[in-house]
Design a protein around this ligand. Structure first.
Ligand code: GLC
Length: 735
């Protein structure tokens, strides 16, 4: 519809109709979808329902077409509904969790996965996904780290932007595309104590340096909607934060699209204690610039009388309704209210072979090989005497907690993958133990039925007897998928004790242990490092997880993933991140420089496995960093090059990472920051020169006056296989 016609439509709408556009209803009002927050009836009237602007979490071509048809017939201006849903890592063909997708360091692969997700979701009648989640994460206690691309601003930004491009394609008018909603704005990934929904205390500088860049990248990539976060920033909840939404999001980041709250967040302004009643909540949220109220009744019940009492200018309602109508118009909903909802396309696309292959390839690229002593991997699955033991062998729960539309029956477990291959059809397997301890306090999911004590002992005994009979054991361990996701923070990130008991019992009779670890967060895996010769992190790999793991263990795929979030030595280090400040008393273990330094008495400062780390079945060497010049002015650009060589005996993929350190600034600067990365595939003996461009832009930061500038001085540039590389060179930025 032409904008002039849209303006005319807005001018003809009643106040009630305009307010209706600002309301998003939960799918369960139509007996569809799952409540992703506290559920209630919202106390809405029939008219509220008839005039609503959007539903969330309803999917299915037939359902959405029927609901849209009935709804538009009853709407005074026949304005179509907007269908939004959580397509976080796939619709029905499920991809690895975003934290794992970050480990691919491969935006192209991530973009392709998002395009697959969009094609399936679009056929199911979904218009916009509540993705990408671009929250920076540094605390593995927080259950939602699984949804984030990880701990680094540069990587998060590349991955979030890739998801936006994948969902939206070249043009939203193209078939198989959906709109993208960036979340959770802002700083939701930094809750105190790693406890979900908790207070966030960030300086403005840290917010802008570390947390906003990924959101900004997603906005630059064209995301259509921004979702406010539950948390407070500077003691102001995002949904009522004028500075955050008007000054930062609208003026500084130039976002002009629709802003939606998270689930019931307007009602929660009362619990935050910044609104005495719903009327005040409605006022401060609309003033801040929240356009759409997700599943609370605050806007529906209060905006009308606030306008009629002269407390809110109707122009505020018009502005928000306009952004909602503009989004619907961008999606061509006025001309094509069903968009791509199509039952035939659903049948053709959902879980088709090409989508399954894309999911499997993404999973393989997301795996991170942390250890491979004696080159125990890859395995010869045909000739070697191997057993697969552990609660994750015959477990189809490989989708992340946000795979809300997927069916676990579609997932290929490890067991299924072994049975599907002639050479492993008879490979012996054993569960060894339950997936979690009977007394483990895990809320939010129906615990699998816990076997009784005798069964637990027999299961363990059977596993140990099997381990005794074989040459190598693939031990498949990990946390239950419902241990991560929303409202799944944990005060203990060790593996369940029943799994540690299994590890120890197997290690007693067989030293050749390869651990495949399934999890939605980095865990404290010191026992695994001690007892296993190899550790492959598979995260929650999705629909094709079993096939991807077996192909990787067999060497058909050579792993090359790199950690998007470090594995801490222990929970005591959290929050932890590689791009930290130096402090006035930096402690260096190797120097062991004594007592009065920034250190712990009982644990190291360094994580067990750092950001950017990951091994391969082959090995790589990096030549010293070569600079095209050792000084530059702001107008110049210099190059930093290395030659990467495959020094091993099989082809493999390395990810060269470029880190910068600004040695002195008008404020303290991180000891290093990832500024670029490049994947390179090399055959044995092959070398490739990789050249990075250093421009003033990547030297900028928020200076003492909070201006985003570069400052003259010395910089170190490091290029290597992970964030600990010392392969560096120095250059000067001169006036
Ligand atoms: C949830 C989540 C958000 C999700 C929304 C809709 O509470 O915080 O990420 O998109 O509700 O399901």
């Amino acid at each position: 519809m032409k904008e002039t016609a849209l303006r005319t439509l807005l001018s003809e709408m009643t106040l009630e109709e305009k307010i209706g556009q600002l309301i998003q209803l939960p799918g369960y009002f139509q007996n569809e979808g799952m409540a992703t927050g506290p559920a209630g009836d919202m106390g809405l009237t029939q008219e509220d329902l008839q005039l609503a602007g959007s539903y969330l979490s309803i999917a299915g071509a037939e359902k959405t077409r029927k609901l849209q048809t009935d709804f538009m017939a009853n709407h005074p201006h026949h304005i179509p509904l907007l269908f939004m849903a959580d397509i976080i890592n796939g619709y029905r063909t499920v991809f690895p969790i975003p934290l794992a997708q970050g480990c691919t360091f491969d935006p192209d692969t991530v973009e392709a996965g998002a395009a697959v997700a969009a094609s399936e979701a679009a056929a199911a009648g979904i218009h916009v996904t509540f993705s990408p989640m671009a929250d920076l994460v540094r605390d593995a206690r927080w259950g939602r780290v699984m949804e984030s691309p990880g701990e680094d601003p540069c990587l998060n930004g590349r991955i979030a932007a890739a998801m936006v491009k994948g969902y939206r394609g070249k043009d939203l008018k193209e078939k198989g595309t959906i709109g993208a909603c960036l979340k959770h704005f802002a700083g939701y990934g930094a809750p105190e104590g790693g406890r979900d929904y908790n207070t966030v205390e960030l300086s403005c500088r840290t917010l802008k340096e570390d947390y906003l860049p990924a959101y900004s990248a997603a906005i630059k990539a064209g995301c259509d909607v921004v979702m406010t976060s539950f948390n407070t920033l500077d003691r102001i909840p995002s949904a009522a934060n004028d500075w955050l939404l008007k000054q930062v999001l609208r003026r500084e980041m130039d976002f002009r699209g629709m802003v939606i709250t998270d689930w019931n967040a307007l009602e929660e302004l009362l619990r935050h204690g910044i609104a005495a009643d719903q009327g005040e909540a409605a006022f401060i949220a609309l003033r801040a610039g929240v356009d759409m109220d997700m599943t609370s009744s605050v806007y529906a019940r209060n905006l009308k009388h606030l306008v009629e009492e002269g407390k809110i200018p109707e122009a505020w309602i018009d502005d928000s309704a306009w952004r909602v109508l503009m989004l619907k118009n961008k999606l061509s909903l006025f001309e094509t209210p069903f968009r791509d909802a199509d039952e035939k396309a659903e049948k053709e696309l959902i879980l088709c072979a090409a989508h399954r292959q894309a999911a499997r390839e993404c999973a393989e690229k997301s795996f991170v090989l942390l250890k491979n002593e004696e080159k125990i991997l890859p395995l010869n699955l045909t000739e070697e005497n191997i057993a697969f033991i552990g609660p994750y062998v015959n477990n189809q729960l490989l989708n992340g907690a946000w795979s809300v539309f997927a069916d676990d029956e579609d997932t290929i477990s490890l067991k299924k993958a072994l049975l599907a291959r002639p050479e492993t059809q008879n490979t012996p397997t054993a569960p060894g133990c339950p997936i979690h301890d009977p007394e483990q306090s895990v809320t939010g999911f129906q615990r699998p039925v816990q076997p009784d004590k005798t069964d637990i002992e027999n299961t363990l005994k059977e596993a140990v007897q099997l381990a005794r009979r074989v040459k190598k054991v693939v031990l498949c361990l990990g946390e239950h998928r419902e241990c991560t996701g929303e409202a799944a923070s944990r005060g203990d990130i060790t593996l369940p004790s029943c799994q540690i008991r299994l590890l120890n019992a197997v290690a007693e009779v067989n030293r050749n242990i390869i651990v495949v670890l399934f999890s939605g967060r980095p865990l404290d895996i010191r026992p695994l490092r001690e007892k296993a010769k190899a550790i492959l992190v598979a995260w929650l790999p999705g629909t094709e997880g079993g096939n991807a793991v077996v192909r990787t263990l067999s060497g058909e795929y050579n792993p090359g993933g790199k950690l998007s979030m470090c594995f801490p030595y222990s929970i005591g280090q959290l929050p932890i991140h590689y791009n930290h400040l130096n402090t006035g008393r930096p402690y260096h273990e190797e120097a062991d420089n004594g007592r009065f330094f920034s250190r712990y008495q009982d644990i190291p400062n360094e994580p067990l496995y750092p950001f950017g780390f990951g091994l391969s079945y082959t090995s790589f060497a990096f030549s010293p960093v070569k600079l095209s010049a050792d000084r530059m002015t702001r107008k110049d650009r210099i190059t930093a090059s290395v030659t990467v060589t495959n020094t091993g005996d099989r082809a493999g993929m390395e990810t060269a990472q470029l880190y910068l350190r600004d040695l002195a600034g008008s404020v303290a600067r991180p000891v290093r920051q990832l500024k670029d990365f490049r994947k390179v595939s090399l055959n044995p003996g092959e070398s490739r020169e990789i050249t990075f461009l250093i421009t003033e832009d990547i030297l900028k930061f928020y200076n003492l006056q909070m201006q985003y500038v570069s400052e003259p001085g010395a910089f170190d540039v490091f290029i290597g296989p992970d964030s600990r590389t010392e392969n560096g060179a120095r250059f000067m930025l001169t006036e």
